[in-house]
Write a protein that binds this ligand. Structure first.
Ligand code: ADP
Length: 339
């Protein structure tokens, strides 16, 4: 069970920060559970006598002034829906100081005095600058299927994406074992192998190929051959899209050249969609609520996240560049289990 921080003593002035209007937006890549986070921010703000405002289409909508009030019933019936009802975008203009100033002015016009940004590390770089340049209180909530954000061990959408991947592997395994085939399953992850690692172990894969761990075609062939020698007739190999081979299709070609015919399936954007898992709903509800509590407790900037079994807040300036978060010991476990 996650331990929730209390914010009673955080305000240096010794009294609770009072905001009139707290706005929320979703930015960058979408992730299942973002709706649950939007709902949590809106309802927590309303529960604490603030007005909740929704910004459509991320930073683009901020620049276009697409900022609307959100009543408690405007977020009814969305906790179970994938995607984001506020929609999301990528916005080049927000990379400029003048763009961010325009966004800030639009928030001021609507009487918004605090903002919650649900997104990934790119969105938080923008949030950090917005806070620094305008003084606006901005809190980030990590929403990305990749689970590759510094400052948190879990992100909204990761668990659902992994569950989707595991369910699809189960189906592929049925056909792989019926036809005695090697199947490559490509999962998302341009720079991070986190989805591949969890999907691979959860799906019982023979091999897991990720950007962070170097493997050769020879070593993959050896794993397949070892399986064959001990009577395995089919194999599942999970491949992160950003691995050094360039994904499942080129790896299938390379394996074929070594005499290992294989089929491949690219799960692609299926992992981004779908109803969020119970875990992601719980995480999103918790982090969205804590984001509002933090604002009201006087925190002016930073990202809520999970460390161990605690909800924590890290200043945006501490997030820095993403470290390699992949827990490599799990590859040894995956190898042992594929023996
Ligand atoms: P994610 O938040 O999922 O990592 P992106 O990296 O695409 O997605 O970032 C989403 C948006 O955040 C960008 O389109 C841009 O508007 C804003 N953003 C990203 N990086 C910066 C930056 N260095 N400065 C200002 N805004 C940024």
């Amino acid at each position: 069970m996650l331990k929730i921080p209390t914010f009673k003593n955080l305000d240096k002035a010794g009294k609770k920060q009072k905001y009139k209007r707290i706005a929320v937006l979703t930015s960058g890549g979408d992730a299942p559970g973002m709706n649950a986070a939007i709902r949590a921010v809106a309802r927590a703000a309303i529960a604490h006598d603030c007005e909740a405002m929704g910004v459509q289409r991320g930073y683009s909508g901020l620049l276009e002034g697409l900022i609307h009030p959100m009543g408690p019933s405007s977020v009814a019936n969305i906790i179970q829906r994938g995607g984001t009802v506020l929609r999301t975008s990528r916005c080049k203009e927000f990379l400029t100081k003048s763009g961010r100033k325009k966004g800030y002015e639009n928030l001021c016009k609507q009487g918004v005095d605090a903002l919650v940004v649900i997104g990934g590390d790119g969105s938080f770089r923008g949030a950090k600058l917005l806070h620094e340049e305008t003084g606006l209180a901005v809190i980030g909530v990590p929403g990305t299927i990749d689970n590759d954000i510094a400052g948190t061990e879990d992100t909204i959408g990761f668990d659902t994406a992994v569950n989707t991947g595991v369910q699809l592997i189960d189906k592929i395994r049925d056909t792989a074992s019926s036809h005695d085939r090697v199947f490559l399953v490509e999962v998302m992850g341009r720079h991070s192998g986190m989805i591949a690692l969890y999907t691979g172990i959860g799906g019982g894969a023979e091999s897991i190929i990720v950007p962070e761990v170097d493997v050769t075609v020879d070593s993959i062939c050896e794993t397949i051959d070892r399986g064959v020698r001990r009577g395995k007739t089919s194999s599942i190999i999970v491949v992160a899209e950003g691995c050094k081979f360039g994904g499942a299709a080129p790896l299938a070609k390379a394996l074929e050249k070594r005499g290992h015919a294989s089929h491949f399936t690219i799960l692609g954007h299926t992992q981004r969609g779908g109803s969020p898992s119970a875990h992601d709903r719980m995480l999103a509800s918790t982090l969205g609520s804590v984001a509002v509590h933090a604002l009201l407790g006087g925190v002016k900037e930073g990202m809520v996240g999970v460390k161990g079994n605690e909800v924590v807040i890290n200043s945006f300036s501490k997030l820095g560049k993403n470290p390699t978060l992949l827990p490599k010991e799990f590859f040894k476990i995956a190898k042992d289990l594929a023996v």
